[in-house]
Design a protein around this ligand. Structure first.
Ligand code: SF4
Length: 283
């Protein structure tokens, strides 16, 4: 006997996944759809505002799945401080929770056949391939994945305009912050700018926009180092640990200095967030 299909939008709290969720619900009906969100508890409050408004606009409640820990608690439990190359917070709080939701709840308990929808665009087709492969091989049965943005070739900009102008919903504020050169500050709007995969540019943005939040990250890094007696850091400079405290004291507090700007440019050029994208931006 074939099982009933359920269409699951993997809602990151960003514009593209909101748009995909809307299209999915229009096509398959509210009763056959789920908006799925994994909460790390580090999100910016304005992301939660955006999610509430999207939920009301689309007309179905977001299904939120949470491990219960925040990224720092995961770092302590795994004795590994997340960084741009490896982020166990993402594995534990996003990927693992998604698999539990699919295997144990939708398939195991509800006897449904999930189909997953992602807001990945054509410029990220390689990520779509990885996701497709992941969900074919890592759940109790192969799960179909769909990428409507790749099929329809809609650009991010159109979607942002549609959400703001047609839906009347302002995007999360993290999309709007720009640095002194007019460059968008945050690589993505997850975890309130504190993403351990963010890199130098992202953390500069955090310092400029929310210095008190930057300070919290500094303190988190220090707590980990002291507790586990390990010289580790979120950022690396010349292959060695480079603490957020040092980054602030040596670079960020001197952004008006031309020589410092040159150093910063060379550091930002080393950001490898494009090669190692954060899974959280589309989960
Ligand atoms: S957005 Fe970054 S910090 Fe947050 S869970 Fe994902 S990898 Fe970790």
């Amino acid at each position: 006997m074939t099982r009933k299909q359920v269409h699951v939008a993997m809602f990151s709290g960003g514009a593209s996944s909101a748009f995909v969720a809307y299209q999915m619900v229009q096509r398959y009906g509210k009763e056959n759809c789920i908006l799925f969100f994994t909460n790390t508890t580090w999100e910016d409050e304005d992301n939660y505002r955006f999610m509430d408004e999207v939920e009301a606009y689309i007309g179905i409640k977001i299904t939120e799945w949470a491990d219960g820990r925040n990224p720092e608690e995961v770092f302590h439990d795994t004795r590994f401080l997340g960084n741009s190359r490896m982020a166990k917070c993402s594995e534990e709080l996003k990927v693992r929770q998604t698999i539990i939701f699919l295997d144990d709840y939708l398939i195991g308990k509800k006897n449904l056949q999930p189909i997953l929808y992602f807001g990945i665009g054509p410029h990220e087709a390689h990520r779509a391939e990885r996701l497709k492969d992941f969900y074919e091989h890592n759940c109790i049965e192969p799960i179909e994945t769909r990428f409507p943005m790749i099929e329809t070739f809609r650009e991010d900009k159109d979607i942002k305009e549609i959400i703001e102008k047609e839906w009347g919903i302002r995007l999360p504020r993290m999309y709007y912050f720009k640095d002194e050169k007019g460059v968008q500050i945050f690589n993505h709007a997850n975890c309130g700018g504190r993403c351990v995969r963010g890199g130098f540019h992202h953390y500069k943005g955090l310092y400029l926009v929310w210095p008190e939040r930057y300070k919290k990250q500094e303190e988190m890094e220090e707590r980990f180092k002291i507790k586990f007696d390990k010289n580790v850091s979120i950022l690396k400079r010349d292959g060695k640990p480079y603490s957020l405290k040092k980054y602030r004291e040596e670079i960020l507090e001197h952004l008006g200095n031309e020589d410092v700007q040159k150093v910063l440019q060379s550091l930002e050029a080393l950001d490898n967030t494009a090669e190692i994208p954060c899974v959280c931006t589309f989960s």
